[in-house]
Design a protein around this ligand. Sequence first.
Ligand SMILES: NC(=O)c1ccc[n+]([C@@H]2O[C@H](COP(=O)([O-])OP(=O)(O)OC[C@H]3O[C@@H](n4cnc5c(N)ncnc54)[C@H](O)[C@@H]3O)[C@@H](O)[C@H]2O)c1
Ligand SMILES: O=C(O)C(=O)C[C@@H](O)[C@H](O)[C@H](O)COP(=O)(O)O
Ligand SMILES: [Zn+2]
Length: 370
Amino acid sequence: MPALPVSGGDFRPYEVEVGTGLIASAGRRVLPFLKNRRTLIVTDTHVGPLHAVRLKEVLEAEGIAAQILTLPAGEETKSWEGLKALTDGLVEAGLDRKDVIIALGGGVIGDLTGFAAAIYMRGIDFVQIPTTVLAQVDSSVGGKTAIDHPKGKNLIGAFHQPRLVLCDLDVLATLPAREIRCGYAEVIKYGLLGDKAFFEWLEANDQAVLALEPTAIERAVARSVEMKAEIVAADEREGGQRALLNLGHTFGHALEAELGFGDTLLHGEAVAIGMGMAFRYSARMGLCSQAEADRAVAAIAAAGLPTQMTQIRNAAFDADTLIRHMGHDKKAEGGKLVFVLVKGIGEAFVAKDVSADSIRDFLISDGASA
Ligand SMILES: NC(=O)c1ccc[n+]([C@@H]2O[C@H](COP(=O)([O-])OP(=O)(O)OC[C@H]3O[C@@H](n4cnc5c(N)ncnc54)[C@H](O)[C@@H]3O)[C@@H](O)[C@H]2O)c1
Ligand SMILES: O=C(O)C(=O)C[C@@H](O)[C@H](O)[C@H](O)COP(=O)(O)O
Ligand SMILES: [Zn+2]
C-alpha cells in the first residue's frame, strides 16, 4: 500500500509505511535520512533477540554501521533510569547531531527513544520501527514522547516527530495475545472517537484483527494511522482536537498511576477500561444513549479486554485517590479536570465543564469506594 503521509502541520512532514517485508528492506528505506551511514538501534530485552539482529544485518548490508542498545522490557523503562541508560548509551556510542537513532520496539521504547532524541545534543533525528499493534496504530505516529513520573503518566516529555515510521506487520507474529488485545484497544478508540463506520467494521472483524489475519490487520493499522495523522496534522500540540485521541485516558492513566506503572494493568487495558468509563459516564449524564454506551462496552469486551475497574482487582479503588491522580492529567486547566466524553459512537468531544463531584459520584457507582 502507498505510504501514509503525516503532513500539513507545523512540523517536517514524514511518511508511515504499513505493510510486510519492511524490516527486510529497512536499509534502503532509512538510508536517505542517515548522513553518517551509522545508527544506534534502541530495543528491549524481548524484541532484541527476536528482531534486532536481523535489522542490524539488513542495515549493514546497505553499508550502514549499526550498534544495538538493549533496555529492560516493560513500562518501568519509561523512567529517569531508562532515560539515563539510553542517553549514556548515546554518549558512549559517540553519536553526533547528524546521526539518527532507530526505535525498534513497542510504545515504551518508542516514547523513550523519541524523548532521548529530543534532548540529546538538543535534538537529533529518529526513526520509529514499531513492533506492537499499539505502537503501530498509535504511539509511533504524532511525536508525543515521554517518560512517566511516579505521580503521573508521561509527565516529562517533548513533542518530537520521527523522520520515518515503518509498521512492518510481519513482526507482530511474535507478539503475545495480551499485547495484541492492548493494541486493539487503541484501534477501537479511533472508531469510538470519530468513525462509526470503522467501529462497525471492527465489530464484524474483531477476531480477524486479533488473529492478525493479513488483510484485517493491515486495514486496522492503516485506518488508525490515517485518522491519527489527520488529527495530529491539524493540532500537533493538543491545543484542541488532538485531545480526542485521549478518549478513555483520564480514567485509564489514573488507574495506571495508582498501580505504579507495572504489568498488572497494561496501557491498552487501562484505556479499554477508561473508554468503558467514558461511555458509562456520558450515558449517566444524559450526553449519550445507554444503548450506544452498552454497544461500545460490548465491543471492547468482545475483544477480551476489561471494561470495568472491578475486573483489575478485588479491592475497590478509592474514588478521591483516583481524582487526585486525574489532577495530574495534562489536559487539566487551572485545576479543573478536562474529559473526552461522547454523544454517541464516533462522536467524541472535549468537555471542560465536568465537576469533580459528578465524577466522584460516578466512580462510586462504577465500583470505587467512597
Ligand atoms: N506517544 C504516544 O502517542 C503513545 C500512544 C499510545 C501509547 N503510548 C505509550 O506506549 C506504551 C505502551 O506501548 P506498548 O503497548 O507497545 O508496550 P511495550 O512497549 O511495553 O510493549 C509491550 C510488550 O511487548 C513486547 N514486544 C514488543 N514487540 C514485540 C514483538 N514484536 N514480539 C514480542 N514481544 C514484543 C515488549 O517487550 C513488551 O514486553 C505506554 O507507555 C503508553 O503510554 C504512547
Ligand atoms: O497521541 C495522542 O495525542 C494521544 O493522546 C494518544 C494516546 O493513546 C497516548 O496514550 C498518549 O501518550 C497520551 O498522551 P498524554 O498527553 O495523555 O500523556
Ligand atoms: Zn494511549
